[in-house]
Design a protein around this ligand. Structure first.
Ligand code: ZN
Length: 435
């Protein structure tokens, strides 16, 4: 297929990537960003409020005139929010901000209908971190000519140091990843753009698509591995490598608690002296410090996970992990903090994404018996009168074949074996592997 034929929409393109860069808005641009973040949050929250009222009204099952009229009013309002709320149609607001917030709400709603456990969409709170989305629009003429590039849409690169954004205009950017991509794929199409601000600054994320891959596929490594995620260390793989849990959150906990006590003290003092919190300079100072520390911990964790997942994808052709959804570990409070700290599910997402990007395989298997099974002879503890292993049994001997096992390493071997079996079934071929 030619580029022209494929330039119809983002979803028609075979390769997608997220690009993130820092942006440096002027104070005027910061104001416009704040307005759009506010409108985006408000649209989302108004839709929640309207829909929950509609749900209540319909539940009554009573068809009297006032209820029918109210339903009609709400339905109309839902369709045309900016007509009812004038602040949504001020000139600084990007009309696509509203459309995108509606899309996000609808996605959350259909997710709720699919998986009830996630709960109805929740109100977005105003916080330290705020964002809104818009999308890149190409003119019909450009679409016809197949001229949808990083330089021709409503969201576009002006040069290697600046972007143009709707309502905001020209903004300076920095970063290295977008420059590499621009050099490698000079003709990609831009889809959704997210403008975000948090304690550390302002960011722009672009969803981009192309007919050709964004990266060179990684060469075959000739190695496969199974990974056991556990709470003693971050992971153990089927080569016996152990990666320790960095516990960034715990390392910063002392300082975080100190800042929280300071905030509480300053809040009390401001109240005593009759000052508003927003005007209490010392309180705001420690609040900002706490937010920065949270961000710092988040960045450290993200960095660790990015590096580790890249290393695993570079050095292996197949990476197998357990499906964590069945693991239920969060219910155990003693484990909850360390799990929140290690970010396993983020690690899985990164592996999956990078495997797809670089032409490697990421496989998730059912965790059933990966710990209790002897990887040497295949017998399963807890069966045939043999005791089940508990969390305390870090090492054990197989009562049948007498092989000595280290719990996590044995699990990793089982995970690999299951993953390879799954892959062989999917691809209808035998995969030779040695560990
Ligand atoms: Zn055995």
């Amino acid at each position: 297929m030619t580029r022209k034929q494929l330039m119809i929409s983002m979803s028609d393109l075979p390769y997608h990537l997220g690009l993130k860069m820092r942006i440096y808005p002027s104070s005027q641009q910061k104001k416009i960003i704040a307005i759009n973040c506010g409108v985006s949050r408000s649209v989302y929250n108004k839709l929640i409020a309207i829909n929950s009222e509609l749900m209540q009204l319909r539940k009554t099952g009573i068809y009297i005139k006032t209820i029918a009229e109210r339903i009609e009013t709400l339905e109309l309002r839902k369709k045309n929010l900016s007509k009812y709320y004038s602040y949504m149609s001020v000139k600084e607001v990007d009309s696509l901000t509203i459309a995108q917030a509606k899309l996000n709400y609808n996605a959350a709603w259909s997710m709720f209908k699919k998986i009830h456990s996630s709960g109805v969409p929740k109100y977005h709170k105003k916080g330290v971190s705020d964002s809104y989305q818009t999308s890149c629009i190409y003119t019909t003429d450009n679409k016809k000519k197949g001229n949808c590039t990083p330089f021709t849409g409503s969201v576009r690169f002006l040069d290697t140091k600046h972007v143009q954004l709707p309502k905001l205009g020209r903004i300076r950017i920095s970063g290295s990843s977008y420059q590499k991509i621009l050099a490698h794929n000079p003709n990609f199409r831009i889809g959704t753009a997210t403008i975000k601000c948090d304690a550390s600054g302002y960011y722009l994320s672009l969803q981009i698509g192309d007919v050709v891959p964004f990266v060179n596929l990684k060469p075959k490594a000739g190695k496969v591995t199974g990974i056991d995620l556990n709470t003693d260390n971050f992971l153990t793989d089927s080569y016996g490598n152990i990666v320790d849990n960095p516990r960034y959150y715990r390392k910063s906990l002392k300082r975080l608690k100190k800042l929280q006590r300071q905030m509480a003290r300053r809040q009390v003092r401001a109240k005593k002296e009759g000052r508003k919190l927003a005007e209490s300079r010392n309180y705001q100072k420690s609040r900002l410090q706490a937010a920065r520390l949270h961000q710092h911990v988040k960045n450290q964790r993200e960095n660790f996970l990015q590096k580790l997942s890249t290393a695993y994808i570079n050095n292996h052709d197949v990476v197998v992990l357990e499906d964590l959804r069945g693991k239920n570990l969060m219910k155990n409070h003693a484990l909850a903090m360390s799990i929140a700290d290690v970010g396993w599910s983020n690690f899985q997402k990164m592996l999956e994404y990078k495997a797809g990007l670089y032409g490697k395989k990421y496989i998730e298997i059912d965790k059933c018996n990966t710990t209790q099974r002897c990887s040497n002879c295949g017998s399963i503890m807890g069966h045939n009168g043999y005791p089940k292993l508990t969390l305390k049994d870090r090492e054990w001997n197989c009562p049948i074949c007498k092989v000595h096992h280290i719990r996590d390493y044995n699990a990793a071997l089982n995970i690999l074996e299951k993953g390879i079996a799954k892959l062989e079934e999917e691809e209808k071929t035998i995969i030779p592997y040695k560990n």
